[in-house]
Design a binder for this molecule. Structure first.
Ligand code: SF4
Length: 326
């Protein structure tokens, strides 16, 4: 069993592309665990293949549909896209607070709406199936339009409404005021990427917000959807693992919060050595499974990855046009 003291970190530099080693070793070509990678495999092994091998230009060189898969990968569903926009405006707002540049509520809402409206306009236009736009910040192709879902417009408008409400909740909810104050501290960490390694596994993630409060550290994760289950607590515990090492403290000194912006609900998770050990065991189990599948992925053996074929999941999948689904 690994104890937190055995873990070490790589910190991403300013450009978030270079990894600076602090300590510890790990085989360079091993799979790097992330919560999103785990989720992809859990939800649909075939989508996991498309995401991490089929559409990846560096591997699965024999994949005959690589170009189509790469185009498909650039599509986003409405939930993913509105979540990205929400994180973008919150990040910009909180970083502004650190530098005394405050955004108004309306300024943030208008900006978020403009981005999403441009996505919708582009996705519903006649040339949305052509090449990706050459703009520096191109609009995103929403898959609801690309696959001509009957109710694409209504579904995306509903997502826009939820996005606006989440921003209002973030700005105005009294339950969230302490996070605004915490984020204003000069040393608060806002959307910080990290890589964690311990000689047995390497894992990466991104913290939405972390700051010191008295003798403790607060870590907050923004969510836009329904209350999360056990799987989401794995994600939070993983962030706790980061915090324990980053701040060199015992688990009890870390306060983990899941912030549901759709409903202005704040939920605290308690970190203990026991749930840290469980999280590490799960990460290692996941990696075992991923390593077993790895050679099939590299060799473009898509058939080794079973499509989940679940209607609700498939409707949100960018690969629905090419996947056999059965
Ligand atoms: S369409 Fe469905 S079965 Fe196919 S990859 Fe996507 S989620 Fe999996």
């Amino acid at each position: 069993m690994i104890v937190p003291e055995q873990l070490s970190f790589f910190a991403l530099d300013e450009t978030q592309t270079v990894i600076t080693k602090r300590q510890g070793t790990h085989p360079k070509d091993d799979i790097v665990w992330s919560y999103s990678r785990r989720e992809a495999l859990e939800h649909c092994p075939r989508k996991y293949y498309y995401d991490y091998y089929g559409a990846n230009s560096k591997t699965a060189k024999d994949e005959k549909d690589k170009a189509i898969l790469q185009l498909a990968k650039s599509l986003k569903n409405r939930f993913l896209r509105s979540g990205e926009i929400l994180h973008l405006v919150i990040r910009t707002y909180l970083k502004g607070c650190q530098n005394d540049k405050k955004w108004s509520d309306n300024g943030l809402i208008d900006w978020a709406k403009k981005i999403f409206q441009e996505d919708r306009k582009y996705s519903s236009s006649n040339d949305y199936r052509g090449e990706q736009s050459k703009q520096k910040f191109p609009p995103t192709r929403l898959l609801e339009y690309y696959f001509q879902h009957q109710d694409a417009e209504a579904l995306c408008l509903e997502s826009e409404k939820r996005l606006v409400q989440a921003i209002i909740n973030f700005m105005k909810s009294p339950e969230l005021a302490s996070f605004h104050n915490g984020a204003s501290q000069p040393n608060a960490k806002i959307e910080k990427k990290f890589v964690l390694q311990n000689g047995i596994f390497r894992a990466q993630g991104q913290i939405d917000l972390a700051y010191s409060k008295e003798d403790k550290t607060v870590v907050a994760d923004w969510k836009t959807g329904e209350a999360g289950g056990a799987e989401e607590s794995l994600q939070l515990t993983f962030y706790g693992l980061w915090a324990v090492n980053e701040f060199n403290c015992v688990p009890e000194k870390i306060q983990l919060f899941r912030v549901n912006l759709a409903e202005s609900k704040v939920q605290q998770f308690f970190l203990t050595n026991k749930n840290l050990s469980r999280a590490k065991a799960k990460i290692m189990q996941d990696l075992e499974r991923m390593r077993m599948l790895h050679s099939y992925g590299v060799n473009a053996n898509a058939k080794a990855f079973t499509p989940c074929g679940q209607t609700k999941i498939c409707a949100l999948c960018p690969f629905q046009g090419i996947c056999p689904k059965e």
